[in-house]
Each structure stands twice: as C-alpha cells, then as structure tokens.
Design a binder for this molecule. Structure first.
Ligand SMILES: Cc1cc2nc3c(=O)[nH]c(=O)nc-3n(C[C@H](O)[C@H](O)[C@H](O)COP(=O)(O)OP(=O)(O)OC[C@H]3O[C@@H](n4cnc5c(N)ncnc54)[C@H](O)[C@@H]3O)c2cc1C
Ligand SMILES: NC(=O)c1ccc[n+]([C@@H]2O[C@H](COP(=O)([O-])OP(=O)(O)OC[C@H]3O[C@@H](n4cnc5c(N)ncnc54)[C@H](O)[C@@H]3O)[C@@H](O)[C@H]2O)c1
Length: 468
C-alpha cells in the first residue's frame, strides 16, 4: 500500500491549490479525481464553462456594441449551440493542460478513480476498470465539491428539463426558457440566454433575490433585466413541471398560472458530494445538504488529520475562496504556518450585466448603526463610458463618517468583476475617501468612476478633520 504525506480527494480549485501548496513544501502528494479529466466542477461544468459561454454569447451577439448601434445590432445573425460549444472545448482543453502541467512540474501524482474511506487514514480508490487501489496518508484533504440538487418532482431528461451541468450539452438554443431558482447560477444563465434572444422567465419562491448584495445595486440590475423583457416571477413556486408530447414543457405555479416553454433549467442550489465517501469509516458525518463542518481557521474537520475545503464546507462556495481554503488547509495539514485571509473578499456575479461587490452593504452599515456617507458614479458620466457607448453601469462606495474609511464597494455594469479589486485593495488596506480624492486615475477609464464616486461622497462629508 502506497503511503503519502497528503492525500487530496478532488481536483477542483480547493484540491488543486492544496495539492500544489503541499508539494511546494516538499511533501509527497496524491490527488484522486473521479472525473475523466482533472479540474473539478470549476473547469468542467461550473465557473470556466459558464464564463466562456458568457463571453461567446456577448461577442457573437454584439451585446457590448448595442449601446451605440441599437438593440437590433448583431455580430452573427444565427447563433447556434455549436458556436457556443466550440469556444468552450478549446478553453477547457487549455485549462486542463495548464493544470496537468502544474501537477507534473510540482511532482503531484494523480490517479483517476472514486475514493472512499476504509479508515481515517486509509482510502480505497475504485478505478473505471474496476481495479481497486488502497492508499494511506498522514493527512487527507477532502475537496470533493458539490453536485446539482435534483429533487424527485422535477422530470429531468437532459434535453428539455436540465440542471446546470447538463445545460452545456444542449443541441440547440431554445427560443424560450424558464429558469427555476434565482440564485447566482440561475441569474447568470438566465441573463446569458436572454442576451442570446431566448425569451427567459426566472422563477423563485423567495420574493427577493441576491439578498447578500447591496439593495440599490440589485434594484438597478432588476430594472435592466425587465427593461429587456425578461420576466421575473419572484415569490412564486413551480409546483408541477411536465413534459408535453409536443416536446415542450409545461409548468404549473402555486398561484395556478401555467407556462409552456421550450426548456427548463433547474438551478436551486447544490449538495455536497459526500454521499459515496463512506464518511462513517473515518468517524465523520455530513449535514443534510452533504456538507462538512470545519474549523474556519484551519479547515480541520472533527477528525484532526482530515481537512475539508471548497464548496463541500458551504458558504461562500466560490472557486476563488475555495483555492485559498485549499491552500490554507494543506499548509496546516503538513505543519506549515497558515495565515487567515483578509476578512473582505470580492463576490463576482457574471450575469449580463455583471455585479461585483466587496465589504459591507448599505443595509449592513445601517444595521450596525455606523454613521456613513455614500458616493455614486454612473458609467455614463465617464469618458470611457461614452467611448464604449454605455448608458448603464453604477459604482457605489460607502464610507464611515467617523473614520472616513471605505466600508464597501458595489458595482453593476461592464467590467464590474475587474473593477472591484481597486475597492477591495483600499478596503483591506484600511484606506479612506482621501485615497480616491487625492490620487490620479488613468483617463479615460471606467476606473475613473472611483474618482467620481469618491468626490461625490467627499463633497458631502466635508474636508478631513484636523484630529484625524
Ligand atoms: C454554473 C456555475 C458557475 C460558477 N461560477 C463561478 C464563478 O464565476 N466564480 C467563482 O468563484 N465560482 C463560481 N462557481 C463556483 C465554483 O465552481 C466552485 O466554488 C468551485 O468549483 C469549488 O471548488 P472545489 O475545489 O470545492 O470543488 P469542485 O470544483 O466541485 O471539484 C470537486 C472534484 O472532486 C471530485 N470528486 C468528488 N468526489 C470524489 C471522490 N469520492 N473521489 C474522487 N473524486 C471526487 C469531483 O469529480 C470534482 O471534480 C460556479 C459554480 C457553478 C456550478
Ligand atoms: N459567479 C459566482 O461566483 C458563482 C456563479 C455560480 C454559482 N456560484 C456558487 O454556486 C452555488 C450554488 O448556486 P445556486 O444558484 O444553485 O444556489 P443558491 O443557493 O445560491 O440559490 C438557489 C435559489 O434557488 C431557490 N430555491 C431553492 N429551492 C427551490 C425549489 N425547490 N424550487 C425553486 N427554487 C428554489 C432559492 O430561493 C435560491 O434563490 C452558490 O453558492 C454560488 O456561490 C457562484
């Protein structure tokens, strides 16, 4: 039986970063991955495919140029599912190639198979051909991620009623689509398909959406979705979903309303992929959603030499945070020093338009009774915005009146997920409104919106007090 310093189950962002970190510290590392290729949900069905699809949709539809040339502008008149898939396959190939090269350079061994516990230090790996390999390790990192939540009352068929993993395989683009679940996945895909001229209806039992995002940003976002004729049915539930003989799908909502559509995407959350790990043999137990509890600083589970990181430990379930969690877990596992990441990390929602945010929302600032001032800039006020033909886009910053420090930055619009990092740096370095007022920004850029929003707040906050 082979013996390793660290055995990593799963090759997504958490597993991959953890494995390479341990290898960089000179440890003998094995990664087990059940999928055909390394990369995890992030590379094969989640982050990278959805973002590639978005990029292709925006490029081929000419979406970014419509501010100038009108809503009828198209780069390609007939966009097919094949057009979308072509770019996807090339991007995924590159991602996997880079990852395999990283493993090879760092002497990380990897094996294809399904891992499950024999005891707390031993796992068996069942390969595709049925061969069983047993390995043991001083520490184990569970980075098994999640799979889509698929309740029994939804008649999934991979063609007209699908989950978000299956959506990438569709043969043709639907003319109409109902998305069930207005979480991040549902919203991203709903807006991407809407940009491709699919008539999209988004349904969620909750009467609000994106509750963790600043309300003003969500209101602006919703306005933009309605303005382009997307239907938002919030506070409504699909009680029944039936496939019709003519190939369409009929939904019956809890208020009796019926909707007939070409395709249904069910995107109502994900479950930790722990059901086949035989956790009990290691002395571990998952919660009802298949997730594992960990110490938030070390990512150790209840069994001290078994760690878990990434989506399997729950919030925030991002590729970005999963990578950091995996790295920290691996460092702790092999006895190196690990530092907690800064408190505020960015959240990027790659909808059309993008939303990105870091720090406290205005609602949170109010709840904490912090006296504050907001600064707002609209992209259409920037020269770069004029050049790009933008008539939407909003950047909002919130400052403490007491310390003048930036408390939160919230953006909706073109480039939001890139722009947010300026605010994130100022926030985590404890910068004040003066940073934006005193520094010169490149011109013309969208980043100039920071300057405009900074000045907007500063004009109302008054000049710096002498005691500061
Ligand atoms: C549609 C979609 C879009 C997303 N977009 C973004 C985004 O834009 N930005 C962002 O930051 N995040 C995004 N995410 C979230 C992101 O993909 C996840 O946070 C990230 O993939 C989690 O990484 P992970 O390492 O925990 O596991 P995963 O990436 O889920 O990988 C886990 C791997 O473990 C393997 N595995 C599981 N069980 C076993 C076993 N028993 N034996 C062997 N192997 C096993 C699986 O096959 C899988 O390959 C998105 C997710 C989805 C679904
Ligand atoms: N850009 C990004 O960072 C990004 C993109 C996609 C996904 N993700 C991650 O993936 C994870 C999963 O995303 P998600 O959108 O599937 O889940 P989610 O939990 O964020 O949202 C699920 C939505 O479905 C609704 N819902 C729950 N049960 C339902 C039911 N039975 N019928 C109808 N609606 C129901 C909920 O009200 C909620 O609005 C998230 O945690 C997210 O962080 C991140």
């Amino acid at each position: 039986m082979d013996q390793f310093d660290l055995l990593v189950v799963g090759s997504g962002p958490a597993g991959r970063r953890g494995a390479i970190q341990a290898a960089k510290l000179g440890k003998k590392v094995l990664v087990v991955e059940q999928g055909k290729r390394v990369g995890g949900v992030s590379v094969h069905t989640g982050t990278i495919p959805s973002k590639t699809l978005r990029e292709t949709a925006l490029n081929l539809s000419g979406w970014r140029e419509r501010g100038f040339y009108g809503r009828a502008y198209r780069v390609k008149q007939e966009i097919s599912a094949e057009d979308l898939r072509r770019r996807l396959l090339i991007t995924l190939d590159h991602e996997v190639e880079v990852l395999e090269h990283q493993f090879a350079r760092n002497r990380v061994q990897h094996i294809r198979g399904k891992a499950s516990f024999v005891d707390s230090r031993t796992m068996q790996i069942v390969k595709d051909d049925g061969e069983v390999v047993t390995v043991s390790a001083a520490s184990i990192l569970l980075a098994v991620g999640t799979k889509p939540f698929r309740p029994d009352y939804i008649p999934f068929d991979s063609k007209t009623v699908l989950d978000s993993d299956e959506l990438l395989e569709i043969a043709e683009l639907p003319r109409s689509m109902v998305v069930i679940g207005a979480g991040v996945i549902g919203i991203e895909y709903a807006t991407i398909f809407s940009a491709l001229d699919t008539q999209v209806t988004l349904i969620d039992p909750k009467s609000t959406m994106l509750d963790f995002i600043d309300k003003e940003i969500v209101e602006d976002f919703i306005y933009q979705l309605r303005d382009r004729n997307m239907k938002l049915l919030l506070g409504q539930k699909a009680d029944k979903v039936e496939r019709l003989p003519n190939g369409k799908v009929e939904l019956t909502l809890d208020n009796g309303r019926r909707i007939v559509t070409d395709m249904v995407l069910f995107a109502a959350g994900r479950m930790g992929a722990t059901d086949t790990l035989n956790l009990a043999a290691a002395g571990l137990e998952a919660d009802a959603r298949g997730r594992l509890s960990v110490n938030p600083e070390t990512f150790a589970t209840a069994v001290p030499h078994i760690f878990a990181a990434g989506d399997v430990v729950g919030f925030p379930s991002l590729a970005s945070t999963s990578m950091e969690q995996g790295r920290i877990a691996a460092r702790v596992a092999v006895g190196a020093i690990a530092k907690e990441p800064p408190k505020y990390f960015p959240y990027g929602i790659y909808a059309v338009p993008e939303i990105s945010t870091c720090g406290l929302t205005e609602e949170e600032v109010k709840e904490r009774h912090i006296p504050y001032e907001c600064g707002i800039a609209r992209f259409r006020e920037t020269s770069r915005g004029h050049i790009m033909g933008l008539d939407t886009g909003l950047l909002k910053m919130i400052f403490s009146l007491k310390t003048r420090r930036l408390l939160g930055v919230h953006i909706v619009g073109e480039g939001a997920t890139e722009l947010v990092h300026i605010g994130q740096a100022v926030l985590n370095l404890k910068g004040t409104v003066e940073y934006f007022v005193e520094n010169t920004f490149n011109y013309p850029t969208l980043a100039e919106a920071y300057k405009i929003a900074g000045l907007d707040a500063w004009n109302r906050m008054g000049d710096i007090k002498s005691e500061l």
